[in-house]
Ligand binder design. Structure first.
Ligand SMILES: *Cc1c(COP(=O)(O)O)cnc(C)c1O
Length: 378
């Protein structure tokens, strides 16, 4: 089956009683223990609606198995803790999602886990590894500067050293990137973003081998970040249009990036699909499409006044929805960092992160152009 067909049909549990074509919502939290080998229970992550979406993500990510969580952080923290414990060392990118970064800096010591943060080049990541390293956590493209990480090089190195690799594949989505094909062990998603796609649900997903999943599942069952069947249903509904949505959003993003690249009020554009962008060559090799996230810096004008003057693109922190949203990382995802720390990682106060939706690209370009025109130069 090809991706579009998988997105629609994989995992669907047809309603045999009525012939309905959708997976019914199984609301029970108490199930018969006599008639089957495995008793269903929502916190066991094994109820019919959880299984339906887990099968879909597994197929889309070319994995043996999948798992759905109540949030992206639930998926990420459980996956890391399943493979790193007291005395172990973890290597992570500096540029990881804020919540993952916070989990490591504030909570790893509590679990006796040591951690090294590295820059995004494969050599930097590999140089961060010690004899105690058990897990490497990466993300590509990164937030908010869209740095592209050489996934295959890191995965290959880690395989030889028997280190478990985890990638946060939220930004690319399985439509644009399938890291298991590049040798990564575990793919994690914030399903709150593209998989949900309509800015109306929160969930996380994991896709990996049978063996890795058993371990993650065992820990998940006691930590308990399981997803409600009603939200599983919403997610299943959304994932059916994932391919169409993300392909169209990716196309829109390319158009907007090209428009920004030559706009006189724009100082820099960060988008893996631009030939002028540093990560372009690696992105072309490892991604099917360049994604629908981009960032840019405005030249000589107040970025916050610019945002206030946008009519279609909404100021909002999350991403991946059908509606375009924009936010300044200095005031949102990276607000907790000191200005010096932000400077060091290249997140300037004029940097804006744009999540491109499904609107008409011409309207998006015009919205940006109009808003820029209305803001006077400093
Ligand atoms: C939002 C996000 C997360 C966290 O997901 P939640 O669903 O909010 O827990 C993790 N990684 C990335 C890249 C994200 O954008």
């Amino acid at each position: 089956m090809k991706n579009k067909t998988i997105a629609i049909h994989k995992g669907t549990l047809k309603d045999k009683k009525t012939g309905g074509v959708n997976t019914p919502i199984y609301t029970s939290s108490a199930y018969d223990y006599i008639s089957r080998d495995e008793t269903f229970y929502p916190r066991y992550f094994n109820t019919p609606n959880q299984n339906a979406v887990a099968k879909k993500i597994a197929a889309l990510e070319h994995a043996e198995e999948g798992l759905v969580f109540s949030s992206g952080m639930g998926a990420m923290s459980t996956s890391i803790l399943a493979f790193a414990g007291a005395g172990d060392h973890v290597v992570m990118l500096d540029a990881l999602y804020g919540g993952t970064h916070h989990f490591a800096t504030v909570w790893f010591s509590h679990f006796g886990i040591d951690c090294t943060f590295t820059k995004t080049s494969a050599d930097d990541v590999i140089n961060g590894v010690t004899s105690k390293t058990k897990v490497i956590v990466i993300e590509s493209p990164t937030n908010p500067l869209l740095a592209v990480v050489d996934i295959e090089k890191i995965a290959q190195f880690a395989r030889e050293k028997k280190i478990t690799t985890i990638i946060d594949n939220t930004f690319a989505s399985p439509v644009n990137q399938t890291p298991l094909d590049l040798g990564i062990d575990i793919v994690v998603h914030s399903g709150t973003k593209y998989l949900g796609g309509h800015s109306d649900l929160c969930c996380g997903m994991v896709a990996c081998s049978n063996e890795k999943l058993d371990r993650i599942l065992n820990l998940a069952r006691v930590l308990g970040p399981s997803l409600d069947p009603r939200i599983c249903y919403l997610l299943e509904r959304s994932m059916k249009t994932l391919i169409l949505r993300v392909n169209a959003q990716t196309k829109n993003a390319m158009e907007v990036a090209r428009f920004l690249e030559f706009h006189p009020d724009i100082a820099a554009v960060y988008y893996p699909g631009l030939e002028s962008f540093g990560g372009y060559e690696i992105a072309k090799r490892q991604m099917k499409g360049f994604g629908a996230m981009l960032s840019f810096e405005i030249k000589g004008k107040d970025p916050h006044r610019f945002i206030e003057r946008l009519k279609i693109i909404s100021p909002a922190v999350s991403l991946g929805g059908v509606e375009s949203t924009i936010c300044p990382p200095s005031l949102t995802s990276h607000a907790k960092m000191s200005p010096e720390e932000r400077q060091r990682i290249g997140v300037s106060d004029s940097l804006l992160r744009l999540s491109i939706g499904l609107e008409d690209a011409d309207d998006l370009k015009q919205d940006i152009d109009n808003a820029l025109k209305k803001v006077p130069k400093y």
